[in-house]
Unconditional design. Structure first.
Length: 528
């Protein structure tokens, strides 16, 4: 008997049992962490193992937008959006071997703190506010928006009810146990996500008749990662040049993604954890895009409502009970992303603004109290932003999400690459890129999305190519300002030394396996 939306009584029992298990894990970890000093709240006492780091990074990345937009893109364009997952291994490698040694060597809790040690307190403050805005928009508001759509499809409830429910549950973990609670529950949540999503794909493939029948029933270009340069959706040159701008920012400089590596007990563990995340990213295409392609073959009518592909597969192929398991799996992904983002928001404000600017002598209890207040206010602001995004009509969720990231990324990518790769980079150059450059980059995005949208007939380059061109302008600007800056760089950068390391055989083997796997995948999924 249907009791709520698409759910039956047995589905509600599955959901209830899951939440009991999840809450038990979170509360137990919270109880242990509350006995320890405040550093544990934000970086798990720098005690995370590599499996937990990889799971947490992947869990933070695998939000509800993955479940909706990648399945939807599978319906409309095939596996080409897999570039956003598989191309990422290059930048995860950069995080492990270029950025992480510097971050861990500086012994920082946040990336604005690192940049403050490199360029001074003014840069730290500017970057902290930039990071807060980024977390609120890209991690919280857009994720909640996608989650609200998903929950609405499942439970037939309004956006604001869905969003509030997601924030409340996620906020409990972020405020109570910090990163350690989120990381601990992520191991359980992401393992469940892999299992349940795999079951859905297997059931769908059996229904289709196997991979051979699936390939035969779909256009050949659906299996190409690189599309012609005149493709209106994802031309290969725009992906090749544009994604690195987003990739460096997202995987190497974004607090939400890097925070797990900052919580590693040592550099070797952080490098292995990043590698494990890269291995898990291989699963994105078969677990999240393939269901959309299968759905198109089994239910051709889905082409008219591609955003519902994932839920359409669930409700038409799986029995009661299993539907509840899928629902709770998606809730787990949402809780993971939102919880990690709330924790990062709290960390950045508390450590880089409150303590640095207002109360440098704050004790442990005060730091924890402020962090939890920020979590609460951040959740409220995110809800408001989400409802504002919900009022936007006529633009696909995937394009909104990726283009916003593409316009946020260039200033951050520019300043971090220059800070790491060019010792002569000056504070003035970095601060101007973060201020004037951000206005230029985000202003271009506003023009692209709202003022002169392509939907109204205006001609623009692809948003990924725009991201690359903006980066080029900002890079030249940063170089010129540094060259013309007569005062030069302060001596603060001399205190920053990366960790000197030698990579052990096991870690080398993990990375070699990942690199060979990705090369093999790109060779296999082209030329169809």
């Amino acid at each position: 008997m249907k009791v709520f939306g698409i759910l039956e009584s047995i589905d509600l029992w599955v959901i209830a049992v899951y939440f009991l298990v999840l809450m038990a894990i979170g509360l137990w970890v919270s109880y242990k962490e509350n006995k320890k000093k405040n550093d544990n709240l934000f970086l798990a006492g720098r005690s995370l193992g590599w499996v937990s780091i990889g799971m947490n990074m992947w869990g933070t990345n695998v939000g509800p937008s993955m479940l909706i937009t990648l399945a939807s893109s599978g319906v409309t364009t095939g596996i080409v959006t897999g570039n956003y997952s598989w191309y990422a291994f290059v930048f995860i490698f950069l995080l492990a071997f270029v950025f992480a040694p510097r971050y861990l060597g500086a012994k920082v809790q946040t990336l604005p703190e690192y940049m403050g040690k490199r360029f001074g307190s003014s840069t730290r403050t500017m970057l902290a506010w930039y990071s807060i805005a980024t977390i609120l928009i890209s991690w919280l508001a857009l994720t909640l928006f996608a989650g609200g759509i998903l929950i609405g499809q499942i439970l037939h409830i309004t956006m604001w009810k869905s969003v509030i429910a997601l924030v409340v549950v996620s906020g409990i973990f972020a405020a109570a146990g910090g990163l350690k609670a989120i990381a601990s529950t992520n191991v359980f949540q992401m393992s469940l996500l892999i299992i349940v999503s795999a079951i859905l794909v297997v059931v769908g493939l059996v229904k289709v008749g196997g991979f051979g029948e699936l390939f035969a029933a779909t256009p050949p270009h659906y299996w190409n990662l690189l599309q012609p340069n005149d493709s209106p959706d994802y031309p290969w040159l725009a992906i090749l040049l544009g994604y690195p701008i987003m990739g460096v920012w997202f995987w190497c400089t974004d607090q939400s993604m890097v925070q797990s590596v900052l919580g590693a007990k040592d550099l070797k563990t952080g490098q292995r954890g990043a590698n494990f995340c890269g291995i898990l990213k291989v699963l994105d295409v078969p677990l999240f895009i393939l269901p959309g392609i299968i759905c198109l073959v089994l239910f051709p009518e889905i082409i008219y409502k591609p955003d519902e592909a994932y839920i359409y597969m669930v409700t038409n192929l799986l029995p009661p009970g299993m539907i509840g398991m899928i629902v709770i799996t998606m809730l787990a992904a949402m809780i993971s992303t939102i919880g990690s983002a709330l924790n990062s928001l709290s960390t950045v404000y508390t450590m880089d603004i409150y303590i640095k600017k207002h109360n440098p002598n704050a004790d442990s209890k005060e730091i924890v109290r402020i962090g939890r207040i920020v979590t609460l206010f951040g959740a409220v602001i995110a809800i408001i932003l989400t409802l504002a995004i919900d009022s936007i009509k006529g633009i696909k969720l995937f394009d909104i999400f990726q283009s916003i990231l593409g316009f946020i990324a260039p200033p951050m990518t520019t300043v971090f690459l220059f800070s790491v790769l060019w010792k002569k980079t000056t504070t003035k150059a970095v601060n101007l890129v973060l201020s004037v450059g951000s206005i230029f980059s985000i202003g271009t995005g506003i023009l692209y999305l709202w003022v002169f949208p392509i939907a109204n007939g205006y001609q623009w380059p692809h948003f990924m190519m725009l991201s690359f061109l903006i980066f080029c302008v900002l890079a030249v600007f940063c170089w010129l300002v540094t060259i013309l800056d007569k005062k030069g760089q302060s001596n603060e950068q001399n205190t920053l030394k990366p960790i000197k390391f030698t990579t052990d055989v096991f870690t080398k083997g993990m990375w070699l396996l990942l690199i060979l796997t990705m090369i093999g995948l790109y060779l296999s999924f082209n030329g169809h």
